[in-house]
Design a protein around this ligand. Structure first.
Ligand code: BG6
Ligand code: MG
Length: 216
């Protein structure tokens, strides 16, 4: 990529390992409803909004609930999740993230958050990265969840960047599809066997630097 204008980061599973807290909270809910929920099932929930995640969970358990019951279940899951993340601190930032953000700052490449989570601002505050981002787009400001590109398009717009010169970092299949639908260069954080369709793959942010992107 000859002209790198901006970088867009997913939060859960890219900046910080909150995926394990989401998984635990959903699993507890599934168990209470009388069925099991595996890590493989959990892959389908990554990047997906809270409401849509619950729908997938109920479909896996073949359980039917009214809209009112669903509201209560989603709130119960979120309460547990919020409790789990309340003790998070900067030690939970994933390896290589701080160095890469610093490199972007040194190179004057702006970066934004593009997350489906309504808890994103709270998490960023816990890990002391709230002020590091040039823009934040999260589950509170988008109407259409990933794989819709809205979250990344909004992020690029806030940074005044051309979509084709933006890079997205994503650990979820729905997020990779959202980044590609936005016309952006997408780096999958995870295995190419699980995540399909990204332009590049890394297992940790430690493998990433500005030079690697510019060479593409
Ligand atoms: C995404 C996570 O970032 O946010 C999903 O990958 C989660 O697992 C979604 O469901 C919504 O999060 P929240 O915090 O608004 O329930
Ligand atoms: Mg994620």
């Amino acid at each position: 990529m000859s002209k790198l204008e901006a970088v867009l980061f997913d939060l859960d599973g890219v900046i910080v390992d909150t995926a394990k807290h989401h998984y635990r909270a959903w699993k507890e809910l599934a168990n209470e409803l009388g069925f099991d929920f595996t890590e493989e099932d959990n892959e389908r929930l990554k990047g997906v909004s809270r409401v849509e995640s619950l729908n997938i969970l109920l479909e896996i358990g073949q359980v039917e609930k009214t809209e009112k019951e669903k509201e209560e279940l989603a709130a119960r899951k979120n309460q547990r999740y919020v409790e789990a993340i309340s003790t998070m601190d900067e030690s939970e930032i994933l390896p290589g993230v701080i160095d890469f953000l610093q490199e972007l700052k040194n190179e004057n490449v702006p970066f934004a958050l593009g997350s489906a989570s309504k808890n994103a601002p709270a998490i960023l505050k816990h890990i002391k990265l709230f002020d590091a981002f040039d823009a934040i787009v999260d589950g509170n400001s988008i109407a259409k969840a990933k794989p819709d590109p809205e979250v990344f398009l909004q992020g690029a717009d806030k940074l005044g960047a051309n979509y084709e010169n933006c890079v997205v970092f994503e650990d979820a299949q729905s997020g990779i599809e959202a980044g590609k639908a936005a016309g952006m260069y997408v780096v999958g954080v995870g295995s190419a066997d699980v995540l399909k369709g990204a332009d590049d793959y890394i297992t940790h942010m430690t493998e990433m630097n500005v030079e690697r992107i510019r060479r593409k």
